[in-house]
Design a protein around this ligand. Structure first.
Ligand SMILES: *Cc1c(COP(=O)(O)O)cnc(C)c1O
Length: 340
């Protein structure tokens, strides 16, 4: 199967599995896992923060970040389409009584500086206390420029706010922008990074920030049931991903561009591409459910409904992209023919 649904579907390669098996282990709750300790140190150095903490998922990582930064009745400003608002089951509100203040996301994936400023609340008995701005990069595949983070940082400083970055796909962003991780991290107080997406680890995220913040996040991680024992297995996978799979992300971006270019010849498609994602507005003359079904029969998996999203990743080769785009073209023609 050529699976375009997401980069989360990537499976650990046999080399990654070998690396995991060769990783020395200990009990990480006792701080005894040498591989976790070494990997957390490596991520701290790479991001330019004092400390890092491995996490079972990006959702738990963002949750621990929001709860470590904000108390009950404090507020985080967030894009209404951002993961930390809409796709985390309201965790910060449910578990931490942290109040979300969602705002509109611009087409380029940013929150407008003016929009952020307009919802920052002055001290007043009526209001929740504005505490944090939660950003995302990439957002829907869109890489957000370094300069934007600089501008948000200065707004945050003017207003005494913390900035958290959900950098689930930050390595796609820095590949696209051709910058280093540290350059973005200098403008935020914490970052959460996923290794189980385009980087190909089976499980694992990392939260980075200053030492005190990471200590608080660690206690919240324990509370959330995320204290893991021989977690070096995951550190082994993530370290392998860092060493081998970051430098190949450009392949995924090139494949997404190739896919977008080929599919843009289809009249019923309006195609957009950035980093490893292709978004397609499909004309209503095409039944997406049927399209998905017919594609599955040809070995191509997509999620129908709304805007069609195709994601490239390390389990999709250039030849797969060529085969898929030709197959999609043929099936669309067949569907239109059948309507006549
Ligand atoms: C995938 C993702 C996460 C974390 O998801 P998990 O499945 O919990 O690891 C967070 N933010 C964004 C933008 C994501 O795409």
């Amino acid at each position: 199967m050529i699976d375009f649904r997401s980069d989360t579907v990537t499976k650990p390669s046999s080399e990654m599995l070998d690396a995991m098996l060769a990783t020395p282990l200990g009990d990480d709750v006792y701080k005894d896992d040498p591989s976790v300790n070494a990997f957390e140190q490596k991520m701290a150095t790479l991001s330019g923060f004092e400390a890092a903490l491995i996490m079972p998922s990006g959702t738990q990582s963002n949750l621990c970040a929001l709860l470590a930064h904000c108390g009950r009745g404090e507020e985080y400003i967030v894009g209404q389409d951002y993961h930390t608002y809409i796709y985390e089951a309201g965790g910060a509100a449910v578990l931490g009584s942290v109040v979300p203040q969602p705002i509109r996301v611009k087409k380029n994936g940013e929150l407008s500086i003016d929009d952020i400023r307009s919802v920052i609340k002055p001290y007043d008995q009526h209001f929740a206390k504005s505490k944090l701005i939660s950003l995302e990069n990439t957002h829907n595949g869109k890489a957000i420029e370094l300069d934007y983070f600089k501008r948000v940082r200065s707004l945050a400083n003017e207003n005494g706010l913390i900035v958290h970055l959900d950098g689930a796909r930050i390595f796609n962003a820095i590949t696209e922008l051709n910058i280093e991780l540290k350059q973005i991290c200098q403008y935020v107080d914490s970052i959460s990074i996923c290794f189980s997406k385009g980087l190909g680890a089976p499980i694992g995220s990392v939260l980075c920030g200053d030492r005190e913040f990471i200590e608080r996040a660690k206690q919240i991680r324990k509370m959330a049931g995320g204290g893991m024992r021989q977690a070096g297995l995951l550190a082994g996978a993530m370290d392998y991903a860092l060493e081998h799979n970051v430098k190949r992300l450009q392949n995924d971006h090139d494949n997404a561009l190739l896919l977008a270019t080929k599919l843009s010849n289809i009249e019923q498609f309006t195609v957009e591409h950035q980093t490893n994602m292709v978004h397609i507005d499909v004309d209503s003359s095409i039944n997406q459910e049927l399209l998905a079904k017919l594609l599955a029969a040809e070995g191509i998996k997509v999620s129908p409904g709304g805007r069609l999203r195709l994601v490239t990743h390390l389990d999709i080769a250039k030849a797969d992209v060529i085969y898929a785009s030709e197959t999609i073209k043929d099936i669309i023609e067949m569907m239109l023919e059948a309507q006549k």
